[in-house]
Ligand binder design. Structure first.
Ligand SMILES: [Ca+2]
Length: 324
């Protein structure tokens, strides 16, 4: 409310511009909240959404043009890196992978996490008002079932634990448990912390929060059993996001890169890394938030299935670590 009053009373052109932005949006928000919504709700970086609004406003308030001129410098620093771990002094080439097949994937899905159960793909999607859990036919990409969490929650990681699908959420700390056959909500619990990705390790939930720490969680009361610092070349590796446990190791994609790392949970060390930047290289029509963000493992074929936010394809791949 204080921020709103300041904006309404100010007569400087910058504040007037911001005020108009808020009016155009239909509600009053603080600038920080507006930029947060810009990124997560409109799927654009703050600079891109500001540019969009400023173009609209030039006819209403010519001073908007001055602020438009400032934006290229902002956006140039927001390019999503196609490089993996530039600051970790990596000298060896990435490990290899083989593409087995490509399947359709909903290009409107803001993919946040994936897991395979009984030969179906289960996907968690994010964004306010659009967060869902979906059951999908892998090869056809057909949506078989879906359910949404209420509009105020933002879906994140998804895993299967004790025959239940468990979906995490951003900011709210809410954890949702679903029946995988019907996608009916069984219960909800409160973890109380920000969660990005999740997977299941020996009947415990393993979660990420965008830092270099992974946490093992007791599924009964959501208490933290253990925190593991993940390192690459003896340096903490931050940005850990979507997770998948397979054959004794944890695989994590590192936000916002197109890279996946293979982690030994015993010591937290990265054993292998894969650069998937060439998997779906045509991102010219996608927002910058359209990064790799879905990893699921098929236990029978031992293949991984990967996709990204708004990617039109799901890829079946076989990881082939180099001889180290
Ligand atoms: Ca996963």
């Amino acid at each position: 409310m204080k921020a709103m009053k300041i904006l309404k009373k100010s007569h400087c052109c910058f504040c007037s511009t911001l005020h108009d932005l808020h009016v155009l949006h239909g509600e009053y928000y603080s600038l920080v909240t507006l930029l947060y919504l810009a990124y997560f709700t409109y799927n654009h970086t703050p600079a891109l959404v500001l540019r969009k609004y400023l173009f609209k406003m030039i006819s209403i308030r010519p001073s908007a043009f001055l602020f438009l001129l400032l934006l290229p410098a902002i956006s140039s620093s927001e390019q999503i890196s196609e490089q993996c771990f530039a600051d970790h002094s990596i000298t060896s080439p990435p490990d290899s992978y083989q593409v087995i097949a490509r399947y359709p994937h909903d290009p409107l899905a803001f993919t946040q996490g994936m897991v395979i159960y009984n030969d179906s793909l289960f996907e968690s999607t994010g964004l306010l008002h659009k967060s869902e859990v979906r059951k999908i036919n892998i090869t056809e990409g057909e949506l078989l079932l879906k359910t949404d969490i209420t509009d105020i929650y933002f879906g994140e990681g998804l895993t299967l634990l004790n025959q239940q699908l468990v979906q995490m959420s951003l900011k709210s700390g809410k954890v949702f448990f679903f029946d995988p056959e019907t996608l009916i909500l069984i219960k909800r619990m409160t973890f109380g912390q920000d969660v990005w990705g999740s997977t299941t390790v020996n009947n415990q939930m393993l979660i990420s929060n965008g830092t270099s720490n992974l946490m093992l969680i007791n599924p009964q009361n959501l208490s933290i059993n253990k925190t593991i610092k993940i390192t690459l070349n003896n340096k903490a590796l931050s940005g850990l996001n979507e997770l998948e446990y397979a054959e004794g190791y944890v695989y994590a994609n590192v936000w916002p890169t197109p890279c996946i790392v293979k982690i030994d949970l015993v010591n937290g060390k990265v054993l292998s890394w894969f650069n998937l930047s060439k998997l779906y290289p045509d991102k010219s029509q996608l927002p910058l938030s359209a990064v790799l963000n879905g990893i699921a493992y098929h236990q029978q074929t031992k293949h991984f299935f990967v996709t990204g936010k708004f990617w039109p394809f799901l890829y079946e791949i076989k990881l082939q670590p180099n001889e180290h």
